[in-house]
Design a protein around this ligand. Sequence first.
Ligand SMILES: [Zn+2]
Length: 341
Amino acid sequence: MPLVPMRVLLDHAAEHGYGVGAFNVNNMEQIQAIMQAAAETESPVIVQASRGARSYTNDAYLRHLMLAAAELNPRIPIAMHQDHGNSPATCLSAVAQGFTSVMMDGSLTEDGKTPSSYEYNVRVTREVVKAAHAKGVTVEAELGCLGGIEDGHGAGLSAEAALAHLTDPAQAGQFVADTGCDALAVAIGTSHGAYKFKRKPTGDVLRMDVIEDIHRRLPDTHLVMHGSSSVPEELVAIINRFGGKMPETYGVPLAEIRRGIQHGVRKINVDTDNRLAMTGAIRKVLHENPGAFDPRDYLKPARAAMVDVVRERMVAFGQAGQAGGVPVVSLDEMARRYGGR
Ligand SMILES: [Zn+2]
């Protein structure tokens, strides 16, 4: 089937009480890995690309790879999402490239690192909502700021600064009403990248209570968890066993994500775990076979390692087995629904 509006996936997830993983891509192997895991587990799926990914793939390669993914997987509902759009122009260029969902991250100014004002955030988000909804495209917005500026996602503060910019639950309702966004990314102490927490996170740094508070106030709003890789010890260990040098680090435990899903979280962003899996697999092959020089020798195991991570997440988030139940809604139909509101 053609790529579907992300809103359709989130509505179905809310109705049936599960979450949908949103996995970042930069190349063919990552897209293939996600689609293989989705096909094996019959999962609806969100594939997302950051500004960096769009520039890396020059948009056109990415667009055609996604068309291939849809063509080869006619029974899997796939949404294509712009991760952290820094301006209305970025979001609208994504829509022009066939993305079925965009994130307008107006929590930061256009430079992607300076916290903005509430008024700025509402203004740019509304602008994107108006233009995107006219084409049936979904809009994710963000209130509060995430950490992880070093990651190359092009968004985020230092982990310490991020804790000072948690989403204000009291402001969330006004923000959703002011912007008309379809989904709300919340800042609860998570950061982008591999270095989220220096010890196993407890409730003072990973503020799941903020999600619960927002969900109590806004039971019908789809919430999004960013920076939600779990950074499994065993994946870091493989990298370090085969010549890597990653310091001790902790991510967001799967149990905490499942707790979020019970409280309105419908989209869970995962990137780092897939990067770790691929890098570990590549290091292992090159370490064990110093003579290897065919890229397929290490890209195949890298792709397989990513399939394992994505499959595990799809099962943990509850999206496995849901693909067949998601209603088929075109962008045109979605635009009509938005227009009828
Ligand atoms: Zn993010």
